[in-house]
Design a protein around this ligand. Structure first.
Ligand code: OSB
Ligand code: MG
Length: 369
């Protein structure tokens, strides 16, 4: 296919409830959407998952916009690509900026699947029609409101609960959640808030039968994670530290983790995420699909990816209504009472784009021809 043009836009989408991690609080998302149009007028949509500041990773909305507009979109526009995965290679000369790259790359996959008239999840090689769903619950203003939130999500059917931790909101919080919900699938995510001097804390957490502890230590440091994993029983899951298929290999070989959280943005799109999934699967390391507070477009891509065989654990992909008063796709993403999401049957991402709503939310746009 020949990519004729790329449309970029930034939308602002207020969250129903603030989302707080060890690196800060988000109340409104600034989301970049990429629409890739081929020479026959067919299109595909992708989402950039960069945050509002350079805290989860170096990328944020402004760097992603500038990189997309000045470098990435011009590298792809006017090019003929053999398949969607090749879009990543066209952008290889740019180092890093994987979330920006993923916006274009994933849009190419949506376009390609639509052209082939198949659902994206099948086009990617997915095998699970129904994926298990969990929720990520941010740091709250009080332990009581956290317990209330956990209860609400369990009643909605979600299969596992992830709670965010940070120094001062950790052991005691986990103890209280576990005391109230003795049998649930529970895990926590530190977003790199700790160091090896906190080994005693992690040993203490071993007592609570957590499925895993996500990204306890520095976002670049695999070596220390390997050291920590030797000293605790709870599996470590890496998020921030695994950015490439090579990282995944190194992390597994080093013993830095026993589980990997795969995110499309962090990896640079579906082709790279598929490589990570297959590296992990070959080594019997389970993976699951992380979330970045995505709008419907990114959420739909997450659902498609999570149908791959290696995604055996419930992910952070949950219902649109947990985030948005009104999503930008139709229908919105729903979760069954069994805590699953059913992969759509329509071609491409399988959801309709609500163009009128996107237009209303757009604060800037750019056409790269
Ligand atoms: O570490 O998984 C994370 C959100 C923003 C940045 C990082 C993370 C998260 C989440 C939320 O945990 C997942 C979601 O509900 O989309
Ligand atoms: Mg995480």
């Amino acid at each position: 296919m020949i990519i004729a043009s790329i449309e970029l836009r930034e939308i602002r989408l207020p969250l129903i409830h603030f989302f707080e991690t060890s690196f800060g609080r988000t109340t409104e998302r600034r989301i970049i959407l990429a629409r890739v149009i081929d020479s026959e007028g067919a299109d595909g949509w992708g989402e950039c998952t960069a945050g509002e500041g350079p805290f989860y990773s170096e990328e944020w909305t402004e760097t992603a916009w500038a990189t997309l507009e000045n470098f990435l979109a011009p590298m792809v526009v006017g090019q003929e690509i053999e398949n969607a995965g090749a879009a990543y290679d066209l952008m290889k000369r740019v180092r890093g900026h994987r979330m920006a790259k993923a916006a274009i790359e994933t849009a190419c996959w949506d376009l390609e699947a639509k052209r082939a008239r198949v659902p994206l999840w099948q086009h990617l090689g997915g095998v699970q029609k129904e994926i298990p769903s969990g929720v990520s619950i941010g740091i709250q203003d009080s332990p009581e409101s956290l317990l209330e939130k956990v209860d609400k999500e369990l009643r909605a059917g979600y299969q596992r609960i992830k709670i965010k931790i940070k120094p001062g909101w950790d052991l005691d919080i986990v103890r209280r959640v576990r005391a109230r919900f003795p049998d649930i699938r529970l895990m926590c995510d530190a977003n790199s808030a700790y160091t090896l001097s906190d080994v005693p804390l992690f040993k203490a957490l071993d007592e609570f039968n957590l499925m895993m502890i996500e990204q306890p230590l520095a976002y670049t440091d695999m070596f220390d994670h390997a050291e920590l994993q030797k000293q605790i029983k709870t599996p470590i899951c890496l998020d921030e530290s695994v950015r490439t298929p090579e990282d995944a290999k190194h992390a597994i070989e080093l013993g830095a983790c026993r589980i990997i959280n795969v995110k499309l943005g962090r990896m640079g799109g579906h082709a790279q995420a598929k490589r990570v999934e297959s590296i992990a699967r070959e080594r019997n390391i389970p993976v699951w699909c992380g979330g970045m507070l995505e709008s419907g477009v990114g959420r739909a891509h997450n659902i498609a990816m999570a149908t791959l065989a290696g995604f055996t654990l419930p992910g952070d992909v949950s219902a649109s209504a947990r985030y948005w008063k009104e999503d930008i796709i139709e229908p919105v993403v729903k979760v069954t009472s069994q805590g699953t999401i059913i992969a759509p049957e329509k071609p491409g991402i399988g959801f309709q784009i609500n163009r009128a709503r996107i237009d209303r939310l757009t604060v800037r746009s750019e056409q790269v021809k």
